[in-house]
Design a binder for this molecule. Structure first.
Ligand SMILES: Nc1ncnc2c1ncn2[C@@H]1O[C@H](COP(=O)(O)OP(=O)(O)O)[C@@H](O)[C@H]1O
Ligand SMILES: [Mg+2]
Length: 227
């Protein structure tokens, strides 16, 4: 479905991505973890066309899509959500959904049906986050990129979202998820890549990731100390 080949990106002197390779197969959910500043969001920005790589290629369904615009990529089926939620805040939940589709079942699926007449600006943080993911899914992407979807959610909301994400995969969509909340992430992914200082330092099953010395040193150790 998606192949990222030898992608490099620098901002001025700062080398943010240094030869990143990864792939996401059909129906696969790939987790992307790593410390703040590792380059995770930049990688999503490149895959979804918001910024161009300095070097390397993005291949989607066997087509070279490097440098294509976000709108073109969305039409081809690559859709992302943002770390900070983007919805029309003065429109109701239902009006937001109607900008994408007339199929309001997505609101039921995401537990937002009762809130459909509320303006987005009056939603709780968790509801807003669910709405942004529901909107992304409503455009029927082939590849969905989720940037920290669990952040700010209550345990109950996180469980509900995990179920939705598992269903997305079951329906043949591919997903890449950046997430710091590892127990939530590991509920929905079988494969995880670890990005550290712009390089992938490990790739494997969640059970292997948590045992890997390099990953503990670069990321997990620090997290457990500060948690
Ligand atoms: N548009 C930009 N211009 C300059 N520096 C940027 C830009 N976007 C990100 N960076 C820098 O690149 C590094 C990686 O950022 P980011 O990809 O957001 O990391 P992550 O999502 O893993 O926390 C950080 O040091 C960040 O400050
Ligand atoms: Mg980020």
């Amino acid at each position: 479905m998606l192949k990222v080949r030898n992608v490099h990106k620098r901002f001025g002197e700062l080398r943010v991505l240094e030869g990143v390779n990864l792939k996401v197969d059909k129906s696969e959910s790939l987790g992307i973890i790593g410390p703040n500043g590792a380059g995770k969001t930049t990688l999503f920005n490149i895959i979804s066309g918001f910024i161009k790589p300095d070097d390397g290629k993005i291949i989607f369904r066997n087509k070279n899509i490097t440098g294509a615009k976000p709108s073109q990529l969305a039409r081809m089926g690559i859709v992302r959500t943002f770390q900070l939620v983007k919805v029309f805040s003065n429109m109701t939940v239902e009006q937001n959904m109607l900008t994408i589709t007339s199929d309001l079942d997505y609101l039921r699926e995401f537990g937002l049906w009762e809130k459909r007449n509320k303006k987005a600006v009056n939603l709780s943080y968790g509801e807003l986050r669910k709405l942004s993911i529901a909107l992304a899914l409503a455009s029927n992407p082939k590849l969905l990129l989720l940037d920290e979807p669990f952040s700010g959610l209550s345990p109950k909301e996180a469980r509900d979202l995990a179920e939705i994400i598992r269903n997305i995969g079951g329906n043949g969509h591919s997903i890449a998820i950046i997430e710091h909340r590892l127990s939530d992430l590991f509920n929905v992914t079988e494969k995880v890549v670890v990005l550290n200082s712009g390089k992938i330092i490990f790739e494997g099953h969640p059970d292997e990731v948590v045992k890997e010395k390099a990953v503990i040193e670069a990321y997990l150790g620090k997290r457990y100390v500060t948690a």
